[in-house]
Design a protein around this ligand. Structure first.
Ligand code: NAG
Ligand code: CA
Length: 492
């Protein structure tokens, strides 16, 4: 009996643990289990050195120069507003942001949806376990019945024997005694053990059932919540324009979410405008600040854009940017309208800030795999994009330059690394979609590591896949925040 019970428990609980483990595996993107020894790794990465004799590295052939010139805008007529407003650092209401929410850009979903997905998955796993358990209990019931029958049979036999014994001597009497005690033993076993085993199993089943019930309730609750909050609308600002600079000049000088329509062929879409930093007018094309949105995404998602544009943190307008990628089509389209500058703002985990600014930034269309061209660096973060990682030399450094690169995602390899093994791709190893060379000196769409320093043992593929800007913090420091914003270039 015990064996049956144990067996049943094994059968019933194993799939649950297994599936929970699977679940963890699936979400454990970072492999948070550093093999502690050896301490921090300090060797510079970013590049993939060539193995002599078998491989060569061919740097990119001449990239088209970025669009340059005087630009579509004259200098600002009035002095720029001098608000001392610091960069918003407000936390999201819930760190478990809805990472898979937006089919189209601008769907706002601060929380809950991720939880919903997890719960749905778990429900799928628990249900078969309950079914399995139910079958176990039924089987046990059947067994119990047949043993009851057996006992009844024994009882009959006993009665028969008793009749015979009347006429027979002591020998048979002894035999009968034996039989009687056996009968009693078995009956005892059946009356006490079986029911208690069944009770145990039934208890387990009830627990599981109530778990499923609670999960179902949670799902319903989450569904409701998501319904409300996913469609949270920030009030549409009165001002709109071609991009954030246009909006600024029309009087939209508050940093918040706006609708823009760069071109009448396109539908208007939402974007976060930074109207305070460096005189404002910046269209935010990328933002990271808490790791709430997964940036390890497919080509299509990078093409369309993903994430959360902005949140309303209680001011009745969407004043706080979320984590998002605006989308390569949109980025390409805006930057091709005229000379465009780009500003990278980044912060480390001790609160230090720095920036890199490029006077020219153009992204070609999808037919050219969104090839990027950049020029005119200024700033304090270090010019990784044009000159590569300063801690590397010669070819090793050349292969970390991003200017002239095409965009790569893990399902679309356009990088300059051709090791002959299709599983070896920069985007796959370094965590996000980006203009990878062989591979990077800057990795703004890399994995989000909490706390900054990380090691190759924490990285999924042993590479420096964090949110890295090598010329500021090296390969093994993942920044806390990163923001990319563009603005039409104009003479100040
Ligand atoms: C490039 O990197 C490899 C491995 O890190 C190293 O052996 C080689 O000397 C480097 N080459 C240069 C020019 O620094
Ligand atoms: Ca490749």
């Amino acid at each position: 009996m015990k064996i049956l019970l144990v067996l049943c428990l094994c059968i019933c609980t194993l799939p649950i643990y297994q599936s929970l483990a699977d679940e963890l595996d699936e979400y454990d993107d970072y492999g948070l289990d550093p093999k502690d020894k050896e301490g921090a790794v300090i060797d510079p990465r970013g590049h993939r050195p060539v193995s002599r004799g078998r491989e060569t590295y061919v740097p990119s052939g001449g990239a088209p120069p970025p669009i340059s010139g005087r630009g579509r805008y004259r200098g600002r007529p009035t002095a720029a507003p001098t608000t001392s407003k610091q960069e918003q650092k407000e936390e999201q209401p819930d760190a478990g942001g809805c990472t898979h929410a937006s089919e189209r850009m601008g769907v706002l979903c601060p929380n809950g949806c991720e939880l919903k997905n997890t719960i749905l998955k778990q429900e799928r796993n628990v249900k078969p376990a309950v079914t399995e358990l139910k079958r176990g209990v039924e089987e046990l019931n059947r067994d119990t019945n047949s043993i009851y029958k057996y006992v009844n049979g024994l009882s009959d036999e006993l009665r028969e024997r008793q009749r015979v014994t009347d006429g027979n001597g002591q020998l048979v009497g002894e035999y009968t005694n034996d039989l009687e005690s056996q009968h009693a033993f078995i009956k005892e076993a059946v009356n006490t053990n079986f029911p208690s085993n069944i009770r145990i199993l039934q208890g387990i089943m009830d627990t599981l059932r109530s778990k499923v019930q609670r999960i179902s309730q949670a799902i319903v609750a989450q569904r409701d919540k998501c319904k409300d909050r996913c469609t949270v609308t920030c009030p549409i600002p009165v001002v709109s324009g071609k991009e954030c600079e246009d909006i600024y000049r029309k009087g939209g000088t508050e940093s918040q979410m706006y609708y823009i329509r760069p071109d009448s062929f396109y539908k208007p879409y939402r974007v976060y405008c930074d109207q305070t930093t460096l005189d404002g007018g910046w269209t935010t094309i990328q933002n990271r600040m808490d790791g709430s949105v997964d940036f390890g995404r497919r080509w299509d998602e990078y093409r369309r854009g993903f994430g959360n544009i902005a949140f309303d943190t209680g001011k009745n307008y969407c004043n706080t940017p979320g984590e998002y990628w605006l989308g390569n089509d949109r980025i390409s389209q805006i930057t091709k309208m005229g000379p465009t500058e780009i500003l990278f703002e980044m912060g480390d985990w001790s609160g230090a800030k720095t920036q890199a600014r490029y006077q020219q930034f153009t992204v070609q269309g999808e037919a050219s795999n969104y090839m990027v061209s950049i020029a005119g660096y200024s700033g304090t973060a270090g010019d990784t994009l044009l000159t590569g990682a300063s801690e590397l030399f010669g070819e090793n450094r050349t292969m970390t330059i991003h200017n002239g690169m095409m965009f790569s995602t893990y399902d679309r390899d356009n990088d300059k690394w051709t090791p002959g093994d299709p599983s070896k791709q920069c985007s796959r190893e370094d965590g996000g979609g980006w203009w990878y060379n062989r591979c990077h000196s800057a990795n703004p769409n890399g994995r989000y590591y909490w706390g900054g320093s990380y090691t190759k043992y924490m990285a999924k593929h042993g590479t420096d896949d964090g949110m890295v800007w090598m010329n500021w913090k090296g390969s093994w420091y993942s920044l806390k925040s990163m923001c990319m914003k563009i603005r039409p270039f104009f003479q100040q």
